[in-house]
Design a binder for this molecule. Structure first.
Ligand SMILES: C[S@@+](CC[C@H](N)C(=O)[O-])C[C@H]1O[C@@H](n2cnc3c(N)ncnc32)[C@H](O)[C@@H]1O
Length: 209
């Protein structure tokens, strides 16, 4: 099985209108550096859910150079705020620069270091949490995230179908096992109502009851 289907993916990419010169620039940079960003298909999902949930406060785990944060920041109200987290100082600096150029820097705090450690310093409650860190830490991020979400808030995560690797019983890697455990937890969690959208590499959307 090839997942995501290259034909469907190409079809959706072609349907999707361009967003801005800046987004094109960041997408080109990610391609050039072979750096995994969510891309416009998932970017639009983040934008949509941020708007629909009327989110004002967002915590992002794994921000890279700010591409996903830019989609969320565009959808936040004027007084909205997103806390970004990134191990790599250079990527964080680049991200701040892109957000500055988009005139959205005032909505963003960038924390350099471990996303999970930064999370300890923020009580929330958050309206939306987006998770895109190393996959073995997804279950831990969920465990920490749910108590920090307001009731009616959303926990979203990228790559939850992991190029279909979750279906391979021989794949017992830390990352794949992390995603498997995370997916089981979001459906079994008594406080969450979850769905997985098989768009691109799979996006989970969990509503806190
Ligand atoms: C998939 S990329 C994120 C891309 C970004 N969300 C986007 O779509 O534009 C993951 C990033 O998270 C960072 N990262 C992974 N695990 C992390 C952790 N536990 N704490 C902080 N940063 C982490 C990596 O350095 C990498 O830059």
């Amino acid at each position: 099985m090839e997942f995501p289907s290259p034909e469907i993916d190409a079809y959706l990419q072609e349907l999707t209108p361009e967003t801005s010169e800046l987004m094109n620039e960041i997408e080109a940079l990610a391609l050039e550096q072979d750096f995994p960003i969510i891309g416009p298909l998932v970017g639009r999902i983040l934008y949509q859910w941020t708007k629909v949930s009327r989110a004002r406060t967002v915590f992002e785990l794994g921000s890279g150079f700010g591409y996903s944060a830019l989609w969320i920041a565009m959808a936040l109200p004027k007084d909205g705020q997103i806390i970004c987290t990134e191990f790599d100082k250079k990527k964080a600096e680049r991200g701040m620069n892109f957000l500055e150029r988009a005139k959205l820097r005032h909505k963003v705090i960038y924390e350099v270091g471990s996303a999970l450690e930064s999370f300890h310093r923020y009580q929330g409650p958050f309206d939306l949490i987006f998770c895109d860190i190393d996959k073995h830490d997804y279950p831990k991020a969920l465990e920490m995230g749910v108590p920090r979400l307001r009731s009616g808030g959303l926990f979203l995560a990228d790559n939850v179908l992991w190029s279909g690797r979750i279906l391979n019983p021989d794949d017992r890697s830390k990352q794949t096992e992390g995603i498997r455990k995370f997916n089981e937890k979001i459906y079994a969690h008594p406080e969450l109502f979850s769905t997985i959208l098989p768009v691109r590499d799979g996006v989970s959307v969990s509503l806190k009851r």
